[in-house]
Ligand binder design. Structure first.
Ligand SMILES: C=CC1=C(C)c2cc3[nH]c(cc4nc(cc5[nH]c(cc1n2)c(C)c5CCC(=O)O)C(CCC(=O)O)=C4C)c(C)c3C=C
Ligand SMILES: [Fe+2]
Ligand SMILES: [Fe+2]
Length: 355
């Protein structure tokens, strides 16, 4: 039986607490102009395409937005549901389930498009909230995910809600409760027979990892798989390797049966390797005919898992001679995941009592 939260606003008469769950966001519809507006906001983020404004604008508005929106809109149409984009629908389900478990208000906010982070904070403030635990729903740290969420939330807080305090849930890629949850979820969905289990994470440009490494000790080689390196707290590549390693231990699977790849690259820069699509084309030649694949950079299924992996990736693999392709869905609104979200939020809620 699920337990209601220990934390409630009754404990503090002066300040009222709340939770904001933040995910990436989706276009408001699959119309080309809505997809274009969304991509403009997303790709003009200096932590996503990290060129100086003029060059970013030239690339995004002068090149990408002239060709990509119709293709992306078609892709979105293949995953869109009657209730909307899977990413938003699932994030709302997480919110509703979490709300049943905690005594403080829970809202959602998206980094791009609506409902925005500002909308989410406003909804909490309208309910009297002055202390917010903000949970970026990304297990691994990246400049283009966790960091941009925190930057945006701080910008909004300072400008519109200067009296509100925000406490941020940190990346949880190596936390026992998350690893247990992810491993159990994978274990239940693994087919009886598979030659390899592929962990496909969203990619990032190599430059992003160098840029956000304050220790300048990561060279994107073996150091990312070491037990210790000073850069690990900011190294997305290391954090992806670590999640994989810990899950394999839990599942009692040998390293040789697993592989890590990176998907969804954009543009001509060098992104972290190996690439998911190239790997899917090569695996059958190496004797891997039955493949299970999971995408642990995403807590909720979205365009990048449902279309790029489960549809496009499947086609690539089968076309290259693969026989069985088994996509393992994300944690979505599984009850055990909601329990993890609750625990991670409670840790941060309780910190408000300490200061
Ligand atoms: C999981 C973490 C993510 C990282 C890291 C990330 C980096 C990143 N993404 C792009 C470009 C695109 N990503 C797109 C979709 C998309 N990306 C993530 C997550 C991460 N991105 C999600 C959850 C989604 C799906 C959103 C949805 O509505 O379902 C897209 C848009 C889709 C498309 O046109 O293909 C782009 C573009 C860059 C450039 C980047 C790092 C620099
Ligand atoms: Fe992305
Ligand atoms: Fe590294």
């Amino acid at each position: 039986m699920q337990q209601k939260s220990q934390i409630s606003n009754l404990e503090s008469p002066i300040s009222k607490k709340g939770i904001l769950l933040v995910n990436l966001g989706s276009p408001k519809s699959t119309k080309v102009e809505d997809v274009k507006e969304y991509l403009d906001e997303f790709l003009m983020d200096e932590r996503v395409i990290d060129y100086r404004w003029f060059f970013r604008s030239l690339l995004v508005r002068g090149i990408i937005l002239r060709t990509r929106p119709p293709k992306s809109a078609e892709a979105y149409k293949t995953v869109w549901t009657d209730e909307g984009s899977p990413l938003i629908v699932i994030t709302k389900k997480i919110q509703q389930k979490l709300q049943k478990l905690v005594d403080v208000p829970v809202e959602i906010g998206m980094r791009y498009a609506e409902p925005s982070i500002k909308t989410g904070v406003q909804k909490l403030v309208d309910q009297g909230v002055t202390e917010i635990v903000l949970f970026p729903l990304y297990p691994q740290y990246a400049m283009s995910t966790t960091e941009t969420v925190v930057e945006k939330a701080e910008e909004i807080r300072k400008k519109f809600f200067p009296n509100v305090k925000i406490n941020y849930v940190q990346p949880f890629y190596n936390r026992d409760i998350y690893i247990d949850c992810l491993s159990e979820s994978i274990r239940e969905k693994l087919p009886d027979n598979f030659d390899a289990l592929q962990f496909s994470y969203h990619g990032v440009p190599e430059r992003h990892i160098y840029k956000t490494d304050p220790t300048k000790t990561c060279n994107l080689n073996d150091c990312c798989s070491r037990d210790y390196n000073p850069s690990h707290n900011f190294c997305y590549r290391h954090q992806c390797f670590k999640t994989t390693e810990l899950v394999l231990e839990k599942l009692n699977l040998p390293k040789e049966k697993a592989l890590v790849t990176f998907q969804s690259r954009l543009g001509k820069d060098k992104w972290i390797e190996p690439y998911t699509d190239e790997t899917l084309e090569n695996l059958p030649k190496k004797g891997v005919k039955n493949l299970a694949i999971v995408c642990p950079a995403f807590v909720s299924d979205c365009l990048e898992t449902l279309e790029e992996i489960s549809v496009e990736g499947r086609e690539e693999f089968l076309h290259a001679g693969g026989e069985n392709f088994h996509y393992i869905p994300c944690l979505n609104d599984e009850d055990r995941w909601i329990e993890v979200v609750k625990t991670l939020c409670e840790e941060k809620l309780s910190e408000f009592y300490l200061v």
